[in-house]
Design a protein around this ligand. Structure first.
Ligand SMILES: Cc1cc2nc3c(=O)[nH]c(=O)nc-3n(C[C@H](O)[C@H](O)[C@H](O)COP(=O)(O)O)c2cc1C
Length: 441
């Protein structure tokens, strides 16, 4: 069954109605049960995580890209990931990778405007970072404009990306992230105000979007068009809908459609787990660049593999556990700097990274637990000392999906959101009363 027809079918069995939560009324498009979606997914291999992108032309190349005044030698993006792509991780990825864009995790515009210390910490860059890329998230055009003004006036970034892809309920129920492009007037307003401010400082703005809310409510064609008209330098398409969340496949044919439609560069995003996937995406879609998300979790050397691949070389990095632990400990050390010397906080924040780093190595449950109980760098070193550092990565997991791979349980939207493609005065009033200060993925 073709994926789109599967979703049409799914949509007919989706319940659409009004639901009153403690946060007020909201329109909910919901599969009745998570299980129901997963059961249906088993009926077609198209909905399994992508494991087999094939590349037929190993000579496929990416041309350097000019994004405003920025020269991007190899248009490969470290896709922004909340809780992941802070400067320590970006530094490590950039050391392996080509001269691309390594984007910070999303900064909530309202938090930046309020001078929230947590948000300000996320805006920091290491001196070695060649292009300082920040991502802003927000729903309120005025707050987004103010946030952009802060970035420009304080020379905080060289490139600004806008988040229109976040699928989490906390964000979409406020009309933010991937829900926002549905309201074309609001989307246009946000983009044009941020571009207007950034243009003064010659800072290129890009937009990161999804295919839509679901396949009945796709938004990427209009969003791409508006982004281009309003002066965005490029668009990144994560080729899933909000409802698809991180489940199934990123549908690369949609990336190809957007490439056909737009004259500005399109970055393709979704399901690049190894260098061959990056080649295959460019070959299949004609996209001008690629964005890597979960594929680099615990595998920052994927950027080295991608660099080799686009240079036509077969060399791939396959570190043993000892090399991985060195990277992990260095990462932890940089995290201590990120947290201004607070080792405990750094080591706690490293837990998810540690789980990703050791995935696929013969590291048992007791060792994993020991890592999770670490309170200091020394504790981490002691656990590393107990490992067989010559162990190699199981071929079973090399370049394979990891991290979040689930479908959404429900898509939460503001009340009445889907009734029209533009916002009413009342909708704007309701929305902009209290943006979440601390949206996260
Ligand atoms: C843990 C996590 C955090 C994320 N945070 C952000 C974010 O802050 N901003 C954003 O635009 N996308 C965010 N994303 C989406 C990724 O940038 C990317 O679009 C998505 O994971 C699909 O790419 P992939 O298949 O290569 O992972 C996040 C994804 C994950 C898994």
């Amino acid at each position: 069954m073709r994926r789109s027809s599967y979703f049409s079918m799914l949509n007919t069995i989706l319940t659409k109605g009004t639901h009153v939560s403690s946060k007020g009324p909201e329109t909910v498009i919901s599969g009745r049960q998570d299980e129901m979606i997963l059961t249906a997914a088993n009926e077609t291999e198209q909905l399994d995580p992508r494991t087999d992108a094939t590349v037929t032309d190993r000579k496929v190349r990416l041309d350097p890209m000019e994004l405003g005044p920025l020269h991007v030698q190899t248009p490969v993006i470290l896709s922004p990931m909340a809780g992941v792509t802070n400067w320590p991780f970006r530094v490590i990825c950039e050391e392996y990778g080509p001269d691309g864009l390594y984007v910070a995790e999303m900064i909530t515009a309202r938090a930046l405007v309020a001078g929230n210390p947590k948000a300000l910490r996320l805006c920091r860059f290491a001196p070695t970072e060649k292009i300082r890329s920040l991502q802003l998230y927000g729903v309120n055009p005025s707050i987004m404009e103010q946030a952009a003004r802060i970035v420009v006036d304080n020379n905080m970034a060289d490139h600004v990306d806008l988040n229109f892809g976040c699928p989490v309920p906390k964000v979409t129920r406020r009309g933010g992230g991937s829900a926002l492009p549905w309201k074309t007037d609001l989307f246009q307003d946000v983009v044009s105000r941020v571009v207007g401010v950034c243009q003064e400082a010659n800072i290129p703005v890009t937009a990161k979007i999804r295919v839509g809310i679901d396949h009945e409510h796709e938004t990427f064609h209009e969003a791409g068009k508006i982004a281009q008209e309003e002066g965005c330098a490029a668009v990144t398409l994560h080729a899933r809908t909000t409802a698809e969340y991180y489940g199934g496949h990123s549908d690369w044919t949609r990336i190809g459609e957007l490439v056909e439609q737009l004259s500005i560069p399109v970055f393709g995003n979704g399901d690049i787990w190894g260098a061959d996937d990056a080649l295959a995406m460019v070959e299949q879609t004609g996209c001008a660049g690629v964005a890597i998300g979960r594929g680099c979790q615990g595998r920052p050397w994927i950027f080295a593999d991608i660099k080799h691949a686009f240079a036509g070389e077969d060399e791939r990095v396959r570190p043993d556990l000892g090399e991985v632990c060195s990277v992990m400990l260095r990462h932890a050390q940089l995290m201590c700097e990120f947290y201004d010397g607070d080792e405990r906080q750094a080591v706690h924040d490293m837990r998810k990274h540690v789980a990703w780093y050791v995935k696929g190595f013969p590291v048992g449950g007791s060792v994993r637990r020991a890592f999770m109980e670490c309170e200091s760098l020394d504790d981490m070193r002691k656990v590393v000392d107990t490992l067989d550092l010559s162990a190699t990565l199981s071929e079973r997991v090399v370049d394979k999906p990891r991290g979040r791979v689930r479908f959404a349980r429900k898509v939460h939207l503001p009340y009445g959101w889907l009734e029209s493609r533009t916002t009413t005065h009342d909708e704007r009033e309701t929305l902009f009363g209290d943006d979440p200060m601390d949206a996260s993925y």
